[in-house]
Write a protein that binds this ligand. Structure first.
Ligand SMILES: [Zn+2]
Length: 440
């Protein structure tokens, strides 16, 4: 009785705090006995899950945060492939319209700061959290940066032993004026097994990346036996039918979620006993990222498609210009893009005079890089220049412009534009070497 009373208090307290002003929390609760399942699994027998011991997530209806800054228009798009002539090939992927859950996702390539509380969480536990959070980094183009500053960290992780683990969804954490914890792990201790760290940490950090519960996917095929389902959650979680509808049975709208093919092995899926369904299989307890989880993460946080470096030659169509380009991903800080312009030489023939490129900025200006080696005044010469520009300030819808000294040294814009910036992401380095500027 005392337990039920406490649970009621927590539920009431929770709904009180989760009014429309509060970010959505996804709440998860512990599996009490992992060791039995582990042993059974190791023997490679059909796994019999004791679902009565599995605690599940409470998925609150998204309150909707209208203050989120827009993702960059390219944020969920695959990065185009850069061809050796500098042109781009689009990678063919259909994207769902941007909607609530999508808008909560981070920009591709973003570095998200995370604070791990030091009270209640031992060094061992914090290390486990880091390890299993980073499971996403291999499959999603996103980085978690664990820092010691509670105030500035975007994801704030507590270890309050409430018996509940939960997380806010995606970029909701950007609006946290009260500096609340945005994630909690409620049951870890020195005896917690790797499977349980993985199951819970990877799941909660999935919510932090904007992923929702898989059993409510718009394409979920689960056909519920409602009477059994209501009875089961009444007995295990003391939920009424309406709560079960919202938390378990109802599917997310196609209009406000991205979704993969339904995947009963997703780390974002509730464990579901078969007997709650009219037919077919429920879902086991999933401890690790599934194959589709990995594909889905890669689809929505895509990596550069062509390896880390692309090279080729640009032809400006002026004289016999030949500008060698080298395009690298993930080599400078993720919020910057680095540009280098340098004078090169081909067949022992030095390129001379003045050359310039212009990088378009979102404020409708261009940032220019110039080089020259013809001046008799030594200080006026430089054969290489490198600058970094904030990624957010680059106008990806325009091309890089080219200029050079023409007849009588007149500085002249060329007609050619290099339309490559759709392929640029934070962390890129673009090196341009002007190797040839006349015809033989
Ligand atoms: Zn959850």
């Amino acid at each position: 009785m005392k337990k039920i009373f406490l649970a009621l208090i927590m539920l009431c307290g929770y709904s009180y705090y989760s009014n429309a002003q509060q970010p959505v929390k996804m709440i998860d609760r512990p599996v009490k006995d992992m060791s039995i399942k582990k042993d059974i699994a190791i023997k490679n027998m059909p796994v019999i899950y004791d679902f009565s011991k599995v605690k599940i997530c409470v998925d609150k209806t998204p309150a909707g945060n209208n203050n989120l800054p827009p993702r960059r228009s390219t944020a969920g798009n695959p990065i185009p492939k850069i061809n050796s002539d500098g042109s781009l090939s689009q990678v063919g992927v259909i994207q769902q319209p941007l909607t609530t859950a999508t808008e909560k996702m981070w920009n591709t390539g973003e570095v998200i700061t995370v604070y791990l509380a030091t009270n209640n969480g031992s060094e061992f536990i914090r290390d486990q959290v880091k390890q299993y959070a980073r499971a996403w980094e291999q499959h999603a183009n996103i980085k978690f940066d664990f820092i010691n500053d509670f105030s500035s960290a975007k994801i704030k992780v507590g270890f309050f032993k409430t018996g509940q683990s939960w997380s806010w969804i995606g970029r909701d954490v950007l609006f946290n004026p009260l500096r609340l914890y945005t994630m909690n792990f409620g049951w870890f201790d020195a005896a917690t097994l790797p499977e349980e760290f993985s199951r819970t940490v990877t799941h909660e950090f999935g919510h932090a990346l904007g992923f929702l519960h898989e059993q409510q996917s718009p394409v979920s095929p689960l056909q519920w036996n409602r009477d059994k389902t209501y009875a089961y959650f009444k007995a295990n979680d003391n939920w009424d039918a309406a709560t079960v509808d919202v938390q378990v049975i109802n599917k997310y709208s196609r209009n406000n979620t991205n979704f993969s093919n339904y995947d009963r092995f997703s780390i974002m899926h509730y464990p579901i006993p078969d007997e709650l369904l009219l037919s077919g299989s429920g879902a086991p307890q999933n401890n690790w990222l599934s194959v589709i989880d990995k594909q889905y993460a890669r689809l929505w946080y895509p990596f550069a498609p062509t390896g880390s470096t692309t090279t080729g030659n640009l032809r400006t169509q002026d004289d016999c210009d030949d500008v060698f380009f080298k395009f690298q991903y993930n080599v400078v800080p993720a919020d910057k893009v680095e540009f280098t312009l340098q004078l090169g030489e081909t067949e022992a023939r030095k390129v001379t005079w003045w050359k310039q490129v212009g990088i378009p900025r979102t404020n409708n200006t261009e940032t220019f890089l110039w080089v020259q080696n013809h001046s008799l005044i030594k200080e006026e010469n430089r054969t290489s220049i490198t600058i970094q520009i904030p990624f957010n300030e680059i106008d990806m819808n325009k091309g890089i412009s080219f200029f050079k000294a023409k007849m009588f040294g007149v500085h002249t814009p060329l007609n050619y534009k290099w339309n490559v910036l759709q392929a640029v992401r934070g962390g890129c380095r673009i090196t341009l070497t002007w190797n040839k500027d006349v015809c033989p």
